[in-house]
Each structure stands twice: as C-alpha cells, then as structure tokens.
Design a protein around this ligand. Structure first.
Ligand code: HAM
Length: 422
C-alpha cells in the first residue's frame, strides 16, 4: 500500500534543507548579537491557551486549529503560532524574575488548517521573536531593525516594511465604535464575513481581501488618525528611530493583523517576489497577553517570519556557501583498498576534514562520476598498487592538476595538505 503525505505538508529534502540550515545558522548569529536567547516550547498545548490568547473571533481560532481530545479527555491543539506558548512559558517559569527585558526566540513548526496554496501550508515553520517586559518604543524599533538586518544578511531583495499603530485600550474602543458606525452605513455592500464580524471584530474590515470591502476600507477612518496622545507620540518615536537607523518603511493604514492580542505598533514585511501570500514576516506590540495568562503586567513586542516563504526567496547562486561540499573524495578500487579507505576516512573525519568515498568497489569511471557530482575539492585514488607503495594520486578538481602524495603525509596533517598539496 502506497501512503502519501497529508495535504498541505511537505518533506524538506537534501538539496533544499541546506538553505534552511544556512538561514537558521545566520538567524542564531544575528539574534544572539542582539542578546536574544532561544526557547523551545511544546508543539501542543491545552486548546484554551490559543482560544484565549489569539482571540475567539479570529480566523485561526474559529476555523484553523488542529484540535483533538487526547486519551485523558483533555482538549489539545497543535500550536498555530508561538506567541501564546511563549507567554505561557514566561508566566509558568516566572521568567519575569528578576524584572528585566526578557529576549526570546524560537524556530519550529506551526499548524493551521488553511486552504493550501503556493506559500501556504498546513504545517509550516516560523522563526519567532518575543521581547517581553518593556513598553519602550525603542524596543519596537530595535526588534524591527533586527529582523530587517537578518533579511539583509540573507540577501533578500524586493521587500517592503509596512507599519501601523492599532492604538491601546484607551483609544481603541472609540475607534472601534467609529469603524462599526461607518461599516453599518455600507452594510449591504460588505461581504458576508465582514457583515458577520462587524460588531465583534470591526478592525478586520480594514484588511478584508474582497474587492468591494477593500474599496470601502479606503474610505474608512484610519487608526493612526484616531490615536490618543500617548499612542501618537510613541508611534512617532518608533518612526523616528527607524528613520535614524536607515530602516525604510511605509505606513499601511489597513494593516491590522489577524490575531487579537495586538495593540500599538503592528508591522509586516511583504515581498513582491512571493505572489498572493506575500507576507514574509508579521508582528507587533502585545501588552495585555501575559496578564491574560495571570502573569504580571508585561508589555511585549514580537514577530514571526514564515520560514517556508523566506527560504523560497533565498538564491543559491548568490550564496554558494549554502552547499557544503566534501574536502576530499576517495576512489577505492578493490577489496583491500576499500578496507584501507574505511580506516583513512575515519582518521580524516576525526581531523575535521569532510570526506566522501566510493563504496562497493564500483568501476573507476563510476566512482569518478560520483566524485565529480559531490563537488569535492580533491580526489584521492586508492588501488592495489597505491596501497603497496603507500603513495596515491591526488587530483585538485578545480584546476585538474594531479600530484602523488604519500598516505602518511596526508594522514599527518590532512588540513594543510588539502589546502596546498605538495
Ligand atoms: P502571523 O502573521 O499569523 O503572526 O504569522 C507570521 C508569518 O508566518 C506570516 O507572515 C507568514 O509568513 C507565516 N505563515 C502564517 N501562516 C502560514 C501558512 N499557513 N503557511 C506558510 N506560512 C505561514 C504570528 O504567528 C504571530 N505569532 C507573530 C508574532 C510574534 N507577533 C508577536 N510575536
């Protein structure tokens, strides 16, 4: 019986995985320069963590969660995002003691039951960041600069940083009422979805993709024009700091984000190279979530990058170092040479040399083809004669030059031999 993978998931195979590893290693390096530490949280949690944290009226909670009852009768959900889990871990492990800014990041799979299409999966991966414990707008700016720097280091082009302010519990209720009022005036023209959620979640009217709603949204009151004085000042400071760091941005008044926990600064990074699912990264400030989970008042700022989308934008031509090639390939001809090759490869690998080899004594031609395909810098040929003389031809694959080398010289200091064989 042939069993296929589930719809909306994928295998990441050699040839592709190197890009993921390269992105992840640069991520670890950039984030650690900013003082962020990795956290690993479970991929499943009690369902109520997400329904309370993300919001009952969001698409994720209403339609997209992978939820099941476990054998003990508990309602469990595969995490659709990382922020709620990190906030739970922050409270449960009292990471607020001693009080300071806690800077965390995570890389891992998330699960959403969405309609699969290019760039949209049911199991996808995120690189997420949560800076917890400061309301300073400089944290917003610093975290946005960090993700911009990461995308730059990865060589991404054609991206746009869009920002908006969603206001706070002081000014948002008035703005919501204003939106509801304007929405009601155009009620008949709204799509079904927007009609249904107008009272519960009027902000979503702003980012509805249905054409009539999107046209109506152009005329709706804009969040950033209805901020209280404090939110207005803080948003101005975020913009000022981004400008001072030469981080280009545009203001997108329609940017509201699809999760309920946000307030104040919200942002997305979109790429014109991605097609319909153009958001590579999304995030913002969420100042109430930790309290929602019975933690102390903890203003937070964070984001998540869609790793699948990010990797699809990485060019291997511009970054040839992504594929690590063997330093040496050993062509082993005959049974005795094979045995010796086993010993030599073990020895060289212990010296930190990356070695591949031919197996099962296939012909010289077929092993040379494999050596070529592996991209190895050097090829060593080991047959019966070479074994007797302990001297082998070593071919430099970049210029085709071939020299004889004694096995003892190679084994004594493989790294220097393979840099400049004599
Ligand atoms: P989000 O906007 O739901 O935010 O997701 C962040 C990113 O994950 C998106 O911009 C997109 O690149 C990627 N993504 C989302 N759904 C899919 C999917 N089905 N297939 C492929 N990629 C996808 C959050 O998840 C928040 N937790 C971000 C955050 C962290 N806010 C504060 N801290």
């Amino acid at each position: 019986m042939k069993i296929k993978k589930v719809r909306g998931v994928k295998d990441i195979l050699p040839g592709e995985i190197e890009k993921w590893q390269w992105v992840e290693s640069i991520t670890h390096s950039v984030f650690s320069n900013y003082g962020f530490k990795e956290i690993r949280v479970p991929i499943f949690e009690y369902t109520k963590l997400f329904s309370r944290g993300i919001g009952e009226t969001t698409d994720i909670v209403e339609k997209e969660m992978y939820t099941f009852e476990d054998k003990g009768g508990e309602m469990i959900t595969l995490r659709p995002e990382g922020t709620a889990s990190v906030a739970r871990a922050y409270v449960e492990n009292k990471l607020y003691n001693p009080p300071s800014l806690t800077k965390l990041y995570y890389i891992g799979p998330m699960f959403r039951y969405e309609r699969p299409q290019a760039g949209r999966f049911r199991q996808f991966y995120q690189i997420g960041v949560e800076a917890m414990g400061s309301q300073s707008p400089s944290v917003d700016a610093e975290v946005i600069c960090m993700v911009s720097e990461l995308l730059k280091r990865l060589g991404l082009k054609n991206t746009e940083l869009q920002i908006n302010s969603l206001g706070c519990p002081e000014c948002r209720p008035q703005y919501r009422e204003l939106l509801k009022k304007s929405g009601r005036e155009k009620f008949e023209e709204l799509c079904n979805n927007c009609q249904q959620r107008l009272d519960r979640n009027p902000l979503r009217l702003l980012d509805c993709k249905v054409e009539t709603c999107s046209e109506i949204a152009q005329e709706l009151p804009k969040t950033a024009e209805h901020l209280c004085e404090k939110c207005d000042q803080e948003f101005s400071l975020v913009k000022e700091l981004l400008t001072s760091a030469n981080t280009d941005f545009t203001i997108n008044f329609k940017l509201v984000r699809g999760l309920d926990y946000y307030s104040k600064t919200a942002f997305e990074i979109v790429s014109s190279d991605l097609g319909a699912q153009s958001a590579v990264c999304g995030g913002g400030r969420y100042d109430q979530l930790v309290e929602e989970f019975d933690g102390p008042a903890t203003p937070c700022f964070g984001f998540a990058i869609g790793l699948d989308r990010l990797v699809s934008l990485i060019s291997t031509d511009d970054n040839p170092e992504i594929f690590r090639k063997p330093d040496l390939f050993i062509v082993a001809l005959g049974e005795a040479a094979e045995k010796e090759t086993f010993k030599i490869t073990q020895n060289l690998r212990k010296q930190g040399v990356s070695v591949d080899r031919g197996y099962e004594s296939t012909s010289m031609k077929s092993q040379m083809r494999k050596a070529d395909k592996s991209g190895a810098a050097f090829v060593l040929i080991l047959g019966e004669n070479e074994l007797n003389s302990r001297t082998c031809p070593l071919k430099n694959m970049s210029d085709g030059e071939q020299k004889d080398i004694s096995l003892e010289t190679l084994l004594a200091d493989a790294k220097s031999v393979l840099i400049s064989p004599t």
